[in-house]
Design a protein around this ligand. Sequence first.
Ligand code: FCB
Length: 483
Amino acid sequence: MTRNPERSQSSFLFPDGFLWGASTSAYQIEGSPLADGAGWSNWHRFAHTPGLVENGDTGDAACDHYRRFRKDVALMADLGLNAYRFSISWSRVLPSGVGTANPRGLAFYDRLVDALLARGIQPFATLFHWDLPAALEDRGGWTNPDVAGWFAEYSALAFRALDDRVRFWATLNEPWVVTDGGYLHGTLAPGHRSPFEAAIAAHNLLRAHGAAVAAYRARGRHAIGLVVNLEPKHAASKSARDRAAAARADAYMNRQYLDPAFRGRYPKELPAMFGEAWPRPAPDLSDVALPLDFLGINYYTRGVMRDAPEVPLVRAARVRQRGRAHTEMHWEVYPEGLTETLLWVRRRYGDVPLYVTENGAAFADAPASKDLVPDAARVRYLREHLRAAHRAIEAGVDLRGYFVWSLFDNFEWSHGYSKRFGIVHVDYSTQKRTPKRSARFYAEVIRTNGVVLDALSARTRSRPGPSRRRARSRRTGRSSRRR
Ligand code: FCB
């Protein structure tokens, strides 16, 4: 679609009540993981195991948000955010995963929610953003069928404590990444490498999601949904093999969780892909496909896939696109994929309200001076993706909010602190926060409800950013921890 920037001031206006937010997660920003009676999480354990996280980094201090949350909320208000997506640390509120609650852990989220509401910021709470209580990991974690019940118990506790004020609940964040990174490739906690475990964990994540939704229907008063990461999967060539590879990658990443949650069945490709690792008899999905109030979509990039027999299970690998901009994660900048994804979801799963619950980019931006971080590549990334989101709205998608990943530079899982996704720079030695230029830009988008996206249009096409480094492993396409 071509646009004439002079034509109208309002071609990018977003709908009334649109949520303009930023996302974070507990282990990535809170720090103080064992404070006030919290139990160990699997990520605390993983990060403290030598060799598993770059540079030996851990979430022990992270952004020290646990102690600085009031100032952080003030910063969110300064930026004009009207929503904030955070996650609750299961092991803070239930140190053993089940059983006795830890009131001091719950009190943290209580205070956080109150501080947000006092500033007119809607809390958007994720129940599971990858940090499982270590006590439950010891009992098999996501491979133990009892995990659905444990998760429902924990969720009900969170609903009892916060649903009087929290209007948006997400059950799981990116279950695909949990199984692919945590149970198949071993790059994320718990670091296992087994297609058998990956299939079982996937199914139990879905059951846990269903159990939490059921618990919410019994007592919750607002909205609950699921958050998945999606990427359009394009074939690297017209060959039948590459096209089949793209279809497998799509079934594995995009449909493995959404088909069960919305249609009550697994994609037909999966049993053949998992082979003997696929559970038999076919897993029962009757408690999984419950109506949801919304779907959260995390969008970062697309996958251009080729046939790759050497890659376990999916037998497909990403092909790096020459001449395109890539982020520090080696993810191609591909804004049009966000429009494509939102339209695809509506076509396939119907008119469920959608939120972009994560979108953003890691760039190696350094402060130019004490108070200036000129992250032009991120500004460009956000501008193009916000426009892409708007195009989906124009095409009729019921998109109700957008959350940038992330508010702060933070602990990027197995990459430690080496990848900076924040619109706010964090100096980890002083904990000083410096809003980057992208934060100022985003604040302006929010203030004008999108109108500012009209400006500067011609010069803002994506072009190669500062990261021109070659993908470390172009051949397998596994140039990062996952995806
Ligand atoms: C998503 C995760 C989030 C962060 C971003 C970069 O997959 O949900 O925690 O790691 O990627």
